[in-house]
Ligand binder design. Structure first.
Ligand SMILES: Cc1cc2nc3c(=O)[nH]c(=O)nc-3n(C[C@H](O)[C@H](O)[C@H](O)COP(=O)(O)O)c2cc1C
Length: 293
């Protein structure tokens, strides 16, 4: 049975996290295809950054001197046929939580240099690496090319680690899916495609180009996203809270423009603004606590 280790680095838990929600559907697909999938939420662990002491090369070969929760990950990683890296896009790359874990993989290689595929590499300490790697990421902006620097980085990591890159599940503005759904946008089709990507990864060894393209498809125009987000942010700043400004966001998803000329209470943010249309409560249990950052 294929063993998959999925490292989820979002500091937000599902269902508020776009990363965790997309990953959940991906994992369900992999499990349906027969994989044994272990999801590790890095935010729940203490993983210090690499100290660069190189003790794992000279003093305790293969072992990091830092004793923290990376110790749970090393054995899982050594046996992982597939490694899934799931991260929100932070400043055009993976977030610090994931980078800390990735940097801590240095004990899995030896210090020596070798030439592989016309490139200097470190030999692997067998059987620590090999197998495949897939990327899952979400971002706030509209365009798929926001992920380009991250893809380039992850492909380089694959070459470095000797893992085969098996594709990426990349979804812009995933965090606002619950609100888009309330507005009548068909977001469940994306979740189904993410599920399919999980099946493909296990059954075919890679995610098809067609499925990756479908996952990243436009659901709203760039202008609609910009208008909606800006209305939400303006009202949240007025209210002094982003996490509790639910009614403001609901007014956007229901299609009504938000009247920004009225001053809103700076402390109480969950009341419906008197000048906005009536706002039904979000149907999902989490939507009242959604933020959009
Ligand atoms: C520190 C930080 C940096 C971010 N940088 C970007 C970025 O460069 N491009 C982008 O499209 N979204 C960016 N975002 C938005 C997040 O990628 C987006 O909100 C994502 O859904 C967050 O993941 P989560 O839903 O799992 O919390 C950033 C968010 C944060 C908090």
């Amino acid at each position: 049975m294929t063993y998959v280790l999925a490292l989820n680095s979002s500091p937000n838990g599902a269902p508020r996290s776009g990363t965790a929600t997309i990953l959940k559907h991906f994992v369900e697909g992999m499990r349906e295809a027969g994989a044994n999938v272990d999801v590790v939420n890095l935010a729940e662990l203490k993983i210090s950054p690499c100290k660069g002491c190189m003790a794992c090369w000279w003093k305790t070969p293969g072992e990091c001197v830092q004793q923290d929760d990376m110790e749970q990950i090393y054995p899982k990683l050594r046996k992982a046929d597939v490694l899934v890296l799931a991260t929100p896009l932070y400043v055009d790359g993976m977030n610090a939580q994931l980078k800390a874990a990735v940097d801590r993989l240095i004990p899995l290689v030896e210090p020596f240099f070798e030439i592989r595929e016309e490139h200097c590499r470190h030999p692997k300490r067998e059987p620590s690496t090999g197998g495949r790697l897939a990327l899952v990421s979400v971002c706030g902006f509209h365009e798929l090319d926001n992920f380009d620097p991250l893809i380039a980085h992850v492909e380089a990591i694959c070459r470095n680690m000797g893992r085969e890159f098996s594709g990426a599940v990349l979804r812009p503005y995933a965090k606002v899916f619950p609100f888009l759904k309330m507005r009548g946008v068909e977001v469940d089709g994306v979740y189904r495609d993410v599920h399919k990507a999980g099946v493909e990864l296990i059954q075919d060894g890679k995610i098809s180009e067609e499925t990756m393209a479908r996952i990243g498809r436009d659901l709203v125009t760039r202008e609609e996203l910009v208008d909606g987000m800006n209305s939400f942010f303006k009202r949240s700043i007025q209210a002094g809270s982003v996490f509790r400004a639910t009614s403001n966001f609901v007014s956007w998803v229901k299609g009504g423009p938000i009247d920004l000329t009225q001053t809103h209470s700076s402390t109480h943010t969950t009341e419906t603004h008197p000048t906005t249309p009536p706002h039904p409560q979000p149907p999902t249990n989490d939507a009242s606590n959604q933020d959009t950052t």
